[in-house]
Design a protein around this ligand. Structure first.
Ligand code: NAP
Length: 274
């Protein structure tokens, strides 16, 4: 069994991004919008800022009051769209309940949408056109599969979870690479039988869902989930000890998909479409 070492690949990717940034004629500038006081969001945003600093990407955090109106937030995004000194815009989710996140995402210029969440970038992904940006987590997972020369073409891929940030774009990206993709979610019947068919299993749920020896012998197991167990320890969707005895490749939590997501976001943030 081989551990897919996201931590060490992320450092390689960040190094490449840094070199790429040095050659650019236009300085990339990532602006992250943080609304309200969500403690976890603050940590994520600061981690993104630190990663940007490491690779020489200028970054700015705009902190806005929890009670900002939808219209005011839209106007902040529009100003950033029109600002030629800004090359990337990221609105940290979740947003307060009174703001419709889809309305805000839709306003971001697709050419500055480093998360790859706008309808234009999603539409491009689904229709086979080239999006300006691929969503960071699935893009980081593809980088990891490629680094370990894991064949995607013709593979049976099973994805658990259908969020817009992980499951759905993951399915599209694997489909683009000619995998046969099965999507599972909370209404899927007999999920165990689907998991057993997977050459590549991607779990993005946020609960311990892949247990025991459910997985196919020598399969590739990608654990996107990250949460705290009842003892407060960071863990993933996959019961690592059991599953790793059957899997051929597996990502650890932490140290797998998490660092790849940040590196992949920095790769996106180094792209400039002015
Ligand atoms: P999410 O929006 O929380 O949605 C969870 C998905 O899991 C939904 O599609 C849900 O199905 C499905 N689900 C829930 N219970 C299920 C069950 N018993 N059987 C099958 N499917 C079930 O998902 P997310 O935002 O993608 O996050 C998922 C996990 O990944 C979280 O732990 C999150 O923290 C982590 N994450 C990690 C990274 C990273 O970089 N490592 C990045 C993003 C997210 P329905 O659609 O039917 O409700």
């Amino acid at each position: 069994m081989i551990i897919l070492d996201g931590k060490s690949l992320s450092l390689k990717v960040l190094e490449k991004v840094k070199k790429r940034v040095e050659t650019l004629s236009v300085e990339p500038h990532l602006v992250v919008i943080l609304v309200g006081d969500n403690a976890a969001s603050k940590i994520y945003v600061n981690n993104k800022k630190k990663a940007a600093e490491k690779v020489g990407i200028r970054s700015t955090i705009i902190e806005l009051e929890e009670n900002i109106s939808e219209e005011e937030l839209i106007s902040v995004v529009r100003k950033l769209n029109d600002d030629d000194n800004v090359t990337g815009i990221l609105v940290q989710l979740p947003l307060p309940a009174h703001i419709d996140k889809n309305k805000i995402i839709t306003v971001i210029s697709p050419k500055k949408d480093v998360d790859g969440f706008t309808p234009e970038n999603v539409g491009r992904l689904v229709t086979g056109l080239e999006p300006y940006y691929y969503p960071a987590t699935p893009q980081g997972i593809i980088m990891l599969l490629d680094e370990y020369n894991i064949p995607i073409e013709g593979a049976e891929a099973v994805i658990i979870g259908r969020s817009n940030i992980v499951g759905r774009p993951m399915a599209q990206m694997l489909l683009r690479r000619n995998a046969t993709v099965t999507m599972c979610h909370s209404y899927t019947k007999d999920i165990e039988s689907k998991i057993k068919t997977a050459d590549i299993l991607v779990s993005a749920v946020g609960k311990k869902i892949v247990r025991c020896k459910m997985v196919k012998k020598n399969s590739v197991v990608i654990d996107v989930g990250i949460f705290r167990d009842t003892n407060g320890k960071i863990t993933g969707d996959v019961d690592f000890d059991y599953v790793s005895s059957s899997a051929g490749y597996i990502t650890p939590v932490p140290g797998g998909v998490g660092p790849m997501t940040i590196a992949s976001l920095m790769y996106n943030s180094s792209k400039v479409y002015l």
